[in-house]
Write a protein of this length. Structure first.
Ligand SMILES: Cc1cc2nc3c(=O)[nH]c(=O)nc-3n(C[C@H](O)[C@H](O)[C@H](O)COP(=O)(O)OP(=O)(O)OC[C@H]3O[C@@H](n4cnc5c(N)ncnc54)[C@H](O)[C@@H]3O)c2cc1C
Ligand SMILES: NC(=O)c1ccc[n+]([C@@H]2O[C@H](COP(=O)([O-])OP(=O)(O)OC[C@H]3O[C@@H](n4cnc5c(N)ncnc54)[C@H](O)[C@@H]3O)[C@@H](O)[C@H]2O)c1
Length: 483
């Protein structure tokens, strides 16, 4: 981006956007599309965490790791590929290649072509209707705060003595760490632990909760845990770090874990300090997330917030949807609301965990819901690919509408797309059952689960009695016709 001194900064704008990540980019483009005069301020690189340090590099790394894993398990298919070697620097070249290929989509040039004025610099509010970027002041009609979140770092004695890694810095590694310890077994921890283990690191995960991925369906988390163990990961749960000594993590149970690299992956904290929120009259909650109403309006009616800093689920698709809603409400004065009933999410481990709508834990607490489960040993594609560890759980209401789905297995992230539509449209299992699906795919899982549910409805005495009677009447009628 152009250095701040070389750029001309507008003095006013209809909408100013702070932060050029997924939320900020969509907000800025949406508002510019409505003809508003839009300024987007980005302190670093447009594209945000998703492009540079989040989704894109992590998925590219996982893709390389899955190739290594597939080669190692070739024997089961009668294919020998002995001596799988990993050239880490070429793996990282592949990762950077994915970033560079996608980057132009989010670039300042692309934004300018969409009539967004991109300003390079760090923004902070100087009042309820103004902000500063360096020596420049911009007054705004409306503003969207989209400064995102950053890795949280626990207060751990002597942690600052080691050059620990986070999801922001791990992409600068030039050599594969022989021993990698991962503190935190959530989505970042599990995805990166599996990737590094498959690429050849000896990985240990330390998770404070009872299990890895504690927010997910227990059976799903158990399958991912087993898969990580199969990949050679040492999984330690119900424990945490007490301190760091030399290059070792000392756990609460006294164990010492020697590491070459330590990845801290214990969650993310909002980037809401140092941007003058007090001055602007924008309040934050006790965890530092910006307080928003269901229209994403903050406590300053001219200022909106979007993305990771709102405390809503921290995903790129959520951030993008937020950006669109905030900009539409700000510029057109509409009252679009955030749908928080079910945010689709995918953990891109092997197997993947994909969830939408009401999850299986919540379903147990809500009267009138039941869960229909289909193990992937009944999915022919999974059998053909020796990938039967997985399942599909459909959460159904009393009218057999699909109100939630959890899919675990290869490409679960693709399968969930159909479930997202089914849930949003209020479809019933009979709608899915009556729709021809191509064979054999992993989408046979929710299809077959729906067919099984419809069959169980047909097996109810009153329904099966009616069907039997109908068939009998038809038989009699046909006999009469032929006699
Ligand atoms: C390792 C990892 C993997 C992930 N994988 C996925 C995934 O597979 N799928 C998924 O949906 N989500 C994933 N996420 C989450 C996803 O990256 C975030 O939800 C998303 O990037 C949030 O977008 P955002 O616009 O809210 O914030 P960000 O992308 O963080 O953008 C905020 C921007 O604001 C800028 N900024 C900050 N302060 C200022 C300031 N004062 N002035 C100007 N600019 C400022 C920052 O430089 C940044 O560019 C992953 C996250 C991580 C860490
Ligand atoms: N595939 C995806 O969509 C994807 C991938 C990565 C990240 N993300 C997003 O980024 C967010 C942050 O990911 P994350 O993994 O950093 O956070 P997280 O909240 O998902 O997981 C953090 C984990 O660390 C554990 N933990 C916290 N403090 C600990 C401690 N002191 N010792 C040991 N364990 C501790 C927690 O119990 C939790 O399991 C996610 O919630 C998600 O929204 C999404």
């Amino acid at each position: 981006m152009a250095p701040q001194s070389a750029q001309s900064v507008p003095r006013s704008a209809d909408l100013v956007v702070l932060g050029g990540g997924s939320a900020g980019i969509v907000a800025a483009k949406t508002a510019a599309g409505f003809g508003a005069k839009v300024v987007l301020v980005e302190r670093d690189r447009t594209g945000g965490d998703c492009l540079w340090t989040g989704c894109v590099p992590s998925k590219a790394l996982l893709a390389a790791a899955s190739v290594a894993a597939a080669m190692r398990r070739g024997q089961a298919f009668g294919i020998d590929a002995s001596n799988v070697t990993v050239d880490f620097s070429r793996v990282m070249t592949h990762v950077q290649g994915a970033i560079e290929t996608i980057a132009p989509v989010d670039s300042p040039d692309t934004l300018r072509a969409a009539n967004v004025n991109v300003v390079s610099g760090t923004a902070h509010f100087t009042g309820p209707r103004s902000l500063a970027v360096g020596a420049n002041t911009i007054t705004f009609g409306q503003a969207v705060i989209a400064t995102g979140a950053a890795p949280a770092v626990p207060k751990l004695p002597s942690l600052d003595q080691v050059d620990y890694l986070t999801s922001e810095t791990i992409w600068g590694l030039t050599e594969l760490p022989p021993r990698l310890t991962v503190l935190g077994g959530g989505s970042v921890g599990c995805e990166l632990a599996q990737a590094f283990a498959r690429l050849g690191s000896a990985v240990t995960i330390v998770e404070a909760a009872e299990s890895l991925l504690p927010a997910e369906d227990r059976d799903a988390a158990a399958l991912v845990t087993q898969s990580l163990i199969d990949d050679g990961v040492d999984v330690l749960t119900r424990t945490t770090a007490e301190s760091v000594t030399g290059r070792a993590l000392v756990l609460t149970d006294g164990r010492r874990l020697e590491f070459d690299s330590l990845l801290v992956a214990v969650g993310r904290k909002p980037r809401t300090t140092s941007i003058g929120l007090d001055t602007a009259g924008v309040t934050v909650d006790r965890r530092g997330f910006v307080t928003v109403d269901k229209h994403l309006r903050t406590t300053n009616p001219r200022i909106w917030a979007a993305g990771d800093l709102t405390g809503h689920p921290q995903f790129t698709h959520t951030a993008g949807m937020h950006g669109s809603i905030a900009a539409t409400n700000a510029i057109l004065g509409l009252r679009r609301t955030v749908d928080r009933t079910g945010t689709p999410r995918v953990t891109f481990t092997d197997p993947e965990i994909a969830v939408d709508g009401i999850d299986t834990e919540a379903a147990q607490r809500i009267p009138g819901l039941h869960v229909h489960t289909l193990g992937h040993e009944h999915v022919d594609r999974a059998v053909a690919e020796r990938e039967t560890r997985g399942f599909t759980k459909l959460v159904l209401d009393g009218k057999h509408r699909i109100v939630g789905a959890t899919v675990v297995g290869p490409r679960a992230g693709e399968t969930i797309g159909e479930m997202v539509l089914a849930i949003k449209q209020g479809l019933r299992t009979r709608d899915l059952a009556g729709t021809t699906h191509p064979y054999p795919t992993y989408n046979d899982a929710p299809w077959n689960a729906s067919i099984a549910d419809v069959r169980s409805q047909l097996a109810r005495p009153i329904v099966s009695g009616t069907i039997t009677t109908l068939a009998r009447v038809r038989r009699m009628w046909q006999r009469r016709l032929t006699n």
